[in-house]
Design a binder for this molecule. Structure first.
Ligand SMILES: [Zn+2]
Length: 282
């Protein structure tokens, strides 16, 4: 069933929902298959940087149809829309997205607040939810080849600024900088669990962690224990597919079975992550 992000995250009292970006319908089906199998709510994301490339306006009606028939709550999320992409946000809402992320984290706080307020007002009039970001998460969303050094001097999200941001914007969820980065890490990142704990102590809104690919299971579990309620995982899905391409030393032209193999591997990877995020793998 189609839900907005706030509805999906409301179901996460002690656990986190997985948010997985897609590049095609096969990826969306893998996510829905895993969520159905586990009977867990889930978020299907499309990154703003992929919106035009994957022809989102043509793809989205099929995704919504599949979401409608799903037995579990599913949100359709526009990931990392930038402050200069308000037109894309409008288009996404008109298409039926139920969740918008406005990433104004590179702006000064007051400008981030102003643009987020604007997106909240617009999105809420569509009954869609909004995820804001404060603190700036390293690396580029949607590019799995960024080879991140785990950030050493990360500007972790400032607790007082987070409080002000939440109060003044009425966002439904907040992405915070806790030491993770987008892309594939060169070494294990150092996650600042205190920042998660401190921000979760001052607010009831769900906190979001980006860049989960490569973060240890233990660190994910502790992050969830401390208050993370939505986890974005994407680079690992690209890695899974490309590993299969590299392994596929064949003269066969059976593209369909090759596609099926990748879809099955995506489902396994997504199922594993969803179990981890929801404490089912302990
Ligand atoms: Zn992100």
């Amino acid at each position: 069933m189609i839900n907005n992000l706030a509805q999906v995250l409301k179901l996460q009292s002690q656990s986190a929902a997985g948010s997985f970006n897609i590049l095609d319908l096969d990826m969306a089906f893998s996510i829905l298959d895993s969520a159905e199998e586990l009977q867990l709510p889930v978020i299907i994301g499309i990154a703003s940087r992929h919106f035009d490339d994957i022809r989102a306006p043509l793809l989205v009606p099929s995704i919504l149809k599949a979401m409608e028939t799903a037995t579990i709550p599913v949100a359709l999320h526009l990931d990392h829309a930038a402050p200069d992409q308000l037109e894309m946000i409008q288009k996404a809402l008109d298409l039926g997205f139920t969740s918008i992320m406005i990433d104004g984290s590179l702006l000064p706080l007051c400008e981030n607040i102003a643009v987020t307020q604007k997106v909240v007002e617009l999105s809420h009039s569509y009954n869609a939810s909004v995820e804001g970001e404060i603190g700036g998460i390293a690396g580029e969303e949607g590019v799995a080849d960024t080879d991140q050094d785990a950030p050493e001097e990360t500007p972790y999200t400032n607790v007082a600024e987070a409080q002000q941001f939440i109060n003044e914007t009425s966002v439904d969820a907040l992405a915070i900088a806790v030491g993770t980065a987008h892309g594939i890490y060169n070494c294990e990142p150092h996650i600042n669990f205190d920042v998660i704990k401190e921000i979760s102590a001052i607010t009831n809104i769900p906190l979001v962690m980006h860049g989960a690919t490569g973060v240890s299971d233990k660190a994910i579990q502790i992050a969830v224990e401390n208050g993370i309620r939505k986890i974005n995982y994407f680079s690992g899905l690209l890695q899974t597919a490309m590993n299969e391409v590299r392994l596929c030393n064949t003269t066969s032209n059976d593209y369909l079975s090759f596609k099926r193999t990748i879809s099955n591997q995506w489902s396994s990877a997504i199922t594993e992550q969803m179990k981890l995020f929801s404490n089912l793998s302990k």
